[in-house]
Write a protein that binds this ligand. Sequence first.
Ligand SMILES: *Cc1c(COP(=O)(O)O)cnc(C)c1O
Length: 362
Amino acid sequence: MSDGRIYNFSAGPAVLPEEVLREAAAEMMNYRGCGMSVMEMSHRSKMFDDIINETEQDLRELLKVPANYKILFLQGGATQQFAAVPMNLMKKGVADYIITGRWAKKAYEEAQLYGKANKIASSEDKNFTYIPDCSDLPISKDADYVYICENNTIYGTKFWQLPNTKGKLLVSDVSSCFLSEPIDIEKYGVVYGGVQKNIGPAGMVISIIREDLISDEVFPGTPTMLKWKTQADERSMYNTPNCYCIYICGKVFKWIKNMGGLEAMKAHNEKKAKILYDYLDESKLFRGTVVKKDRSLMNVPFVIGDDTKEKKFIAEAKAAGFENLKGHKSVGGMRASIYNAMPIEGVKALVEFMAKFEKENK
Ligand SMILES: *Cc1c(COP(=O)(O)O)cnc(C)c1O
């Protein structure tokens, strides 16, 4: 850490790799000799065209995206896709939702505006501290798709096994685990995520969509901008895209490639999470809130169970350079988001700080 930077455990917008920020800073005044920054250039310029093409190509390589899947860089965040998914996919007007947290629930509620959304499983009975058994769910015969939120940012759970959709299309919100590990794109119809968790600045969502699901046959009245076909036909440039965000995401993709790709990223993330979970499991003061087998590698909620001590911990942690550790209000306590760009030193330092706090606050 340098330049007065702290360890930022924010759930999103979140920490970015220092190397990426430095490169962007160096290119701010004059991007590769063109005399302007990427923020100032036309999205129709050759310069920007090269940026978006290379960004897409690098993502394709990292995730091994098959040729029959389109990659779209869209605005409106992940939340906009809560509407775009049913608008583009509900041909029979029915979809099944698995409710594992607040984001899945919001997507489910949004889908009800456009058709019949069924809740086929939920972990709300225990405040979303686990992932329900999805091996034999009552999948609707006429469902157009089955929907999950793969990593639950607020509650700290992760689907380590995808649901058995009984042949139906799987749609997954991967906002908070995007590029944290390799995934098999072919198991999904649509994978999408807001980039401000693990990839880049806020204000964009990347949707990876199987080509045959992109058509003119959409929910009546679907805005032009929300039709995936509009965006796919124009390579995400039907209107002015979030150019600067695309550029930074491209830099993060190169950073991940330099780190060794997604296998290496996964090993790095497992190592980091283990340090924190191991400590939580042996601590007599702190404890994790999630069923062990469903724990996320990215978002780690934990509590003391004493409001006064939790407030004290968060304040002292902040003073010591550990920012954004306050948990989401629906879980309480603390949450450490340890995305790709969080260095292992940050997690080690946090655990040392927690151990010290534990000693002083028995
Ligand atoms: C943050 C988050 C969202 C919302 O993202 P926006 O880009 O703010 O719309 C949706 N899903 C998950 C899993 C998230 O973590």
